[in-house]
Design a protein around this ligand. Structure first.
Ligand SMILES: Nc1ncnc2c1ncn2[C@@H]1O[C@H](COP(=O)(O)OP(=O)(O)O)[C@@H](O)[C@H]1O
Ligand SMILES: [Mg+2]
Length: 310
């Protein structure tokens, strides 16, 4: 059954529509790396998970959220840990071991049952990745360049990370951005990258005079649902709950929400079903209006909602 996912990541059949977006992303990834831009809650993370959950040849995707990362070194640790945890790419890391003494020791001492958090702690404390992140980055990328299936790295909240790094050192942010641009545009590389983020990366970089470090990226803008998709979404959700939906009610919902941002639609629909369950009455235009007034305009989402409306 299709479930409303409010605030989490909608996956599988709970991820609705967006077929054109997903096709567009795969098409661009044949040649380019992508910067996926949209305001918060438009569905960027959901789209990245779609690429992750339904991968296409010749790619093998990995997803990392880098919102909490404060330094280039920690990015490298996050990246290496993600590779190590992956059944396919851990092979690549094993090759790195053969070349690097300190790193080899690290890998041999890794307990079988260790989780990603543990891997990161050991990488940070028992290896020289933090000091030598550029060198590790270059070697790993060189190995990944020709590896098959090709790496598709999905990096969520990239702009927040860049902002974090720049807060303590603009120089480090620049070094990191230049390193990244160089490795992803290297002529032999087959790896691809999707950069997602809710804060405006271009504006952030512009303020630092560093826009040229991302001028190779192909920009994909995420829009709200179109009217047809929004209609289908409301109808599908009602149908999956076996609740009857009169066209008048459907249109009232769409009118109230305005620009059909999937998150706001999900919040309103949830509020309607909560009311319906509580009152044990049929869904009516009045009920929809009341849910909108009390739960959206009066509730926790009020600020978010007014923000999108304006
Ligand atoms: N395609 C979709 N199908 C169903 N719900 C969606 C879809 N896209 C977004 N949502 C809703 O919007 C919320 C925010 O989506 P998310 O991908 O986290 O946005 P972003 O990463 O842009 O902030 C989700 O929790 C879900 O309620
Ligand atoms: Mg997100």
């Amino acid at each position: 059954m299709r479930e409303l996912n409010v605030g989490g990541v909608p996956r599988g059949e709970d991820y609705f529509g967006r077929e054109d977006l997903i096709e567009n992303l795969w098409a661009r990834l044949k040649r380019d790396n992508v910067l996926l831009v949209a305001p918060r809650r438009f569905g960027k993370t959901g789209a990245m998970y779609r690429l992750l959950d339904e991968p296409r040849e010749p790619f093998h995707p990995l997803y990392i959220n880098v919102e909490h990362i404060m330094s280039a070194a920690d990015f490298m640790i996050e990246f290496l840990a993600a590779l190590l945890r992956d059944h396919h790419f851990s092979r690549v890391i094993n090759k790195l071991r053969e070349e690097t003494k300190g790193f080899g020791r690290f890998l041999r001492s890794l307990p079988e049952s260790i989780d990603v958090g543990g891997i990161k702690v050991i990488l940070r404390e028992d290896t020289d990745v933090s000091q030598q992140w550029i060198s590790y980055g270059e070697r790993v990328m060189a190995m990944l360049a020709k590896d098959k299936p090709h790496l598709l790295l999905l990096i969520d909240e990239f702009a927040i990370m860049i902002d974090n790094i720049a807060q303590h050192s603009v120089e480090e942010a620049e070094r990191f951005l230049r390193w990244f641009r160089a490795v992803r545009t290297a002529p032999e590389t087959k790896a691809r990258f999707v950069f997602g983020g809710s804060i405006n990366l271009i504006a952030t970089l512009d303020a630092m005079g560093l826009v040229d470090t991302v001028n190779d990226l192909s920009i994909v803008r995420l829009e709200p649902f179109d009217t047809k998709t929004a209609k289908r979404f409301v109808e599908t959700i009602f149908a999956s709950r076996r609740v009857k939906l009169a066209p008048k009610i459907r249109d009232t919902i769409l009118e109230l929400v305005g620009a059909p941002i999937p998150y706001l639609l999900s919040v309103l629909l949830t509020a309607i079903f909560d009311r319906q369950r509580a009152t044990r009455k049929k869904v009516s235009v009045e009920m929809v209006n009341a849910a909108f007034q009390d739960d959206l305009l009066g509730g926790a989402t009020a600020a978010v909602f007014r923000h999108y409306r304006s």
